[in-house]
Design a protein around this ligand. Structure first.
Ligand code: ARG
Length: 461
């Protein structure tokens, strides 16, 4: 394609080294979509005859068929998807095909093609993410009244509603939906017409190609257009935070399903056995969800580092943007293919969950707040309750086993109504602050989550 200026053939090793076909052939249909808009625009501004444009468009459609049917065998010698398709067009139409690339560079072309391609990917991600959120909502609704221990520092802290727990993760993934929407917005500008870096002397109509390709507007600066990969960083940021959220959720479930916690039961269909130990049921799916997170974050770092030292504008380094992107997309999709269903089939061993409450120490804050309600300053209430806990530990007693007289001996300010509230269900029921774990607050959160998915979902798909 550039043979005019060169006195030597490109070395075979160089072709193999510089080609990107293995990375970009999947873009073929999107590349054709962009070319068709370019051709329509060229006809509109008089750079192609109407009939020429029609012939090129028909040939491009045929090539798209060849791509989709698998009949098109691209060649690495032609470097990338763009050159392969253009070469095929020239093969079909002769010098008419050679008109396609006027006013265009692969630099604006690849940026356009990527954005068109990513639209479809993002729609798939959006619907996977929505499915995940729907499962969490359904779980939260069904598990609203199930009590589990809540932890800070991985130490038992206060009883919570399992529904509240699921809604906590719902909030994480809701924010991820906003981040994906931001990534979506970042691809909603048309690079076509930026040329190699500075635009074109030809009278291209960038508004028209932008409109034909259903972008919101053409990009504003041609230099920036061919140089920047912020739109991919936005994807990687979404993916990294999403993977991080999945990883933390996975880590929780792995712990809660271990014998030491034991109150969560993972579905057999989402676990694997051991080749040696017959009793084992391993949470490999969750471990791999956790395990892939590092790779997803790695791809973000990879691209940031690649971009860091690049001078303006297009540099060939940018071609490598695809390698990590595809790997990241497939990791995220893989997680979305297993996680919602796994969550839908998790169950709780309520007897084991109840056992966690038996020492009663998760109710210590409730004792302190009971004292606060009776006028004891919180710091004093905290200390008095702490001493009662100490006494129970020394005596081998459970906090909720003390009779009123025993309580009064330890903390004279205790009221008669303390005993009635010293159980996990009451402890949860009474945490009615906005955003808290009480059953009614969880019901409200679920209702709000439903209306978010129905009315305010920030994504297509
Ligand atoms: N395959 C290249 C890429 O993905 C296309 C752009 C090549 N441009 C160039 N000036 N060599 O970035």
């Amino acid at each position: 394609m550039w043979k005019g200026r060169f006195a030597q053939e490109t070395a075979a090793a160089v072709n193999a080294f510089t080609q990107s076909l293995d990375l970009d052939w999947r873009l073929a249909s999107s590349d054709i979509e962009g070319s068709r808009a370019h051709v329509a625009m060229l006809a509109e501004v008089g750079l192609l005859e109407t009939d020429e444009a029609r012939q090129i468009d028909e040939a491009l459609l045929q090539i798209d068929q060849e791509v989709r049917s698998g009949d098109f065998r691209p060649s690495e010698d032609l470097e990338d998807v763009h050159m392969n398709i253009e070469a095929r067009l020239i093969e079909k139409l002769g010098s008419l095909g050679a008109k396609l690339h006027m006013g265009r560079s692969r630099n604006d072309q690849v940026a356009t093609t990527m954005r068109l391609f990513l639209r479809g990917e993002y729609r798939r991600l959006a619907s996977g993410l929505k499915a995940l959120l729907e499962v969490l909502l359904a779980r939260a609704e069904a598990d609203r009244e199930i009590l589990i221990p809540g932890y800070t520092h991985l130490q038992q802290a206060q009883p919570i509603s399992l529904g509240h727990y699921w809604m906590g993760h719902f909030e994480c993934f809701r924010r991820d939906a906003r981040r994906l929407a931001a990534a979506f917005e970042a691809i909603d500008e048309s690079p076509l017409g930026a040329g190699a870096l500075a635009g074109s002397t030809l009278p291209l109509d960038r508004e028209m190609t932008s409109r034909l390709l259903r972008f919101a507007r053409p990009t504003r600066n041609s230099l920036d257009t061919v140089a920047q990969r912020d739109y991919l960083l936005d994807y990687h940021h979404f993916a990294s935070v999403f993977a991080l959220h999945c990883s933390r959720l996975a880590e929780d479930l792995i712990l809660y399903a271990s014998q030491e916690f034991g109150w969560l039961v993972l579905p057999d269909a989402y676990c694997t056995g051991s080749s040696m130990m017959p009793q084992k049921k391993n949470p490999d799916v969750l471990e791999l969800v956790r395990g892939r997170t590092g790779q997803v974050v790695g791809h973000l770092v990879d691209l940031i580092v690649s971009l860091k030292g690049l001078p303006s504008t297009y540099n060939r380094d940018l071609q490598e943007d695809k390698r990590g992107l595809w790997a990241s997309l497939s990791a995220v999709e893989a997680v979305l293919s297993v996680l919602p269903d796994l969550l839908a089939h998790v169950s709780v061993d309520e007897r084991r969950a109840q056992a966690a409450f038996e020492g009663g120490f998760l109710l210590a804050t409730d004792v302190a707040e009971h004292l606060v309600e009776r006028g004891v300053p919180f710091r004093e209430a905290h200390e008095k309750t702490g001493k009662a806990v100490r006494w129970c530990l020394d005596e081998g007693r459970a906090l909720d086993s003390l009779a009123l007289v025993e309580w009064r001996r330890l903390v004279p300010e205790v009221g008669e109504d303390l005993l009635a509230r010293l159980n996990a269900r009451e402890a949860v029921r009474l945490r009615r602050t906005y955003g808290g774990t009480s059953f009614e607050r969880v019901a409200e959160a679920v209702a709000e989550g439903r209306s978010f998915l129905r009315d305010s979902w920030p994504l297509e798909g």
